[in-house]
Every structure is written in structure tokens, then in C-alpha cells.
Write a protein that binds this ligand. Structure first.
Ligand code: BGO
Length: 267
């Protein structure tokens, strides 16, 4: 039985470099069904039983670009055994926006912070231990270009593969938002597995029709959304976006120390 690892990350995070380094010439390139988005799959050089699926580079799992839809359809319907989330260490804060969403899928995530050669040269410091604690997933550092740490990153993803509900996402939104999401979760049918309930609750709250239409028995939650929007005086989708940014804002200071002199000379 093979193991499927999905490689997910923002454009320019070094995904192609990492994919090539992990798979070498064991690659198959095609298109995702029905769309002209490139689909790349390869076998891990170190263990041919491990298939690495390269997802399109994306900034979020929202339904607004073809790439986002392709990536999330794959993650939801195929459900890889683990996600290797590649993150640009020189743009940590911005990259974490996608990470918060990947962590909600109920699939084990290993985060690989890339471009570490540049991060170190800049004199910046990333506290991976704290980041791992706050996010509730393993965090490793790599340089895809130099090949540093990539074997370890892939090994860890393989180690976590298949631990279906293994890593409970620890990030929580404001208490009132959590209450609304809990209410929605309570209306989800038994066909949604426990570890996927949060993802579906958030998507229904955001009025994501693509997800709603794909569900067999999507509950009507408009009354809950309307109450939330009235109480919080904002539209539901913005409420979730703001919650993500505020979570990231609350942890970034503890996890990233920017070199002050660098900041002064480059700004
Ligand atoms: C160019 N360290 C460094 N220093 N660079 C890296 C690393 C790393 O660990 N990993 C990737 N890069 P992609 P997506 C480039 O192409 O893999 C570089 O979109 C250039 N090209 O080499 O393409 C990588 O697949 C000319 O840089 O990312 C690439 O996720 C000048 O990051 C870029 C400088 O990597 C993006 C860089 C003609």
C-alpha cells in the first residue's frame, strides 16, 4: 500500500524546487481533469512507495481561482495521507494564511519552512518549536535549493501519513465565532467525519456554494449566519478572514524575530 503526500504552498514558496529534489526524474506531468492547470505527480526518490502530488501554488482554499478550486477538490475528495506545507520563511506571516486553512482539513500537516539559507543570511530567527506548539503540527526548516532538510521533511510527512484525526487543529477563533461554528457543526449529518466537521462548518458559514452543493445533505444555516453578521456587524466571509489574520497576528511576534538592521536597510 502506497502513501500519498500532497505538496501545498503559496506560489514562489519553492514548491517546484522541492518537488524536483524529492522526485528527481520519477515524474508524471499532465493536467487536472477538465482544466488547464498542470498536474504533477512523482515518486519519492528515497521510497518508491511514496507518491508526491504537487498541488497548484495557492494563497488560500477559497473558491475564487481555478488553482484554489483544483487544490481543495483534491484535498477534500482524494484526501491524501498527509500534507507537506511548504512555506517561504522570508514571508512567514503571509504564508501562514494558507497554513491555517490546511490545518482545518483533518489531514496531518507537516510544515516545511523553506528559503532558510536566505532567512539565516538576513539574520532573522524563526522559533520552530513555538510555531509547532501554536499551530499544532510539526514544523521543520529546509532549503529546497541546497537540499538541506528535505529528506527529513518528507520522512516526517510519511510518518504522520494516515493518522486521520491525529492532529487536532489548535487555533481557535474569537469565542462568539467559535459558538456559531459549533452550532453549524451540530447541524452536520453523520456522513461528515468528525475530523472534517470544522472545515465544513467554516465553509458553510462563509456561504461557500461550491462546497455546499457538493455535500449530500447540506443543512440550512442561514439563520446562524444572519445572527452572526448582525451581532458582529460584518459579512460572514470577512469575519473568518479577520479571525485568521488576528490568530496569525497573535502568534507571529512570539515565533519570528526579524533582524532590525536588515529591516532598516531594506525598507
Ligand atoms: C528562481 N533557497 C533559495 N535561496 N532559493 C530558493 C529556495 C531555497 O531554499 N527554494 C527555491 N528557491 P520555485 P514555486 C530564480 O527561479 O520552486 C528559489 O512557485 C530565478 N529564476 O530557485 O519556482 C528558486 O514552484 C532567477 O528562483 O517556486 C526560484 O513554489 C533569480 O525560489 C524561486 C533568482 O522557486 C521560486 C531566482 C530564473
Amino acid at each position: 500500500m502506497g502513501v500519498k503526500i500532497a505538496l501545498a504552498g503559496n506560489p514562489n514558496s519553492g514548491k517546484t524546487t522541492l518537488f524536483n529534489a524529492l522526485t528527481g526524474s520519477n515524474q508524471f506531468v499532465g493536467n487536472w481533469p477538465g482544466v488547464t492547470v498542470e498536474k504533477k505527480e512523482g515518486k519519492w526518490k528515497e521510497d518508491k512507495e511514496v507518491v508526491i502530488m504537487d498541488l497548484p501554488g495557492i494563497y488560500s482554499l477559497s473558491p475564487y481561482t481555478l488553482e484554489e478550486v483544483v487544490a481543495r477538490n483534491y484535498l477534500i475528495t482524494e484526501r491524501p495521507d498527509a500534507i507537506l506545507n511548504i512555506v517561504d520563511g522570508t514571508n512567514l506571516e503571509r504564508n501562514l494564511y494558507l497554513t491555517t486553512q490546511l490545518l482545518e482539513l483533518g489531514i496531518p500537516v507537516v510544515m516545511a519552512i523553506n528559503m532558510m539559507d536566505i532567512v539565516r543570511k538576513n539574520g532573522d530567527e524563526i522559533n520552530t518549536k513555538k510555531l509547532a506548539e501554536k499551530l499544532g503540527c510539526e514544523v521543520v526548516t529546509i532549503s529546497a535549493l541546497k537540499g538541506d532538510g528535505i529528506k527529513d521533511a518528507a520522512s516526517r510527512a510519511v510518518k504522520h501519513a494516515g493518522q486521520k484525526a491525529g492532529q487536532e487543529s489548535v487555533h481557535e477563533f474569537a469565542p462568539e465565532v467559535e459558538n456559531y461554528l459549533n452550532e453549524i457543526e451540530g447541524r452536520l449529518g453523520y456522513e461528515i467525519p468528525e475530523e472534517q466537521k470544522r472545515f465544513y462548518a467554516i465553509k458553510l458559514f462563509e456561504r461557500d456554494d461550491k462546497i455546499k452543493d457538493a455535500m449530500k445533505n447540506a443543512p440550512d444555516v442561514e439563520d446562524i449566519i444572519a445572527r452572526a453578521e448582525k451581532e458582529m456587524d460584518d459579512d460572514a466571509e470577512s469575519i473568518i478572514t479577520n479571525e485568521r489574520y488576528s490568530f496569525i497576528g497573535s502568534i507571529i511576534g512570539d515565533c519570528l524575530k526579524k533582524n532590525k538592521t536588515q529591516e532598516l536597510t531594506t525598507s
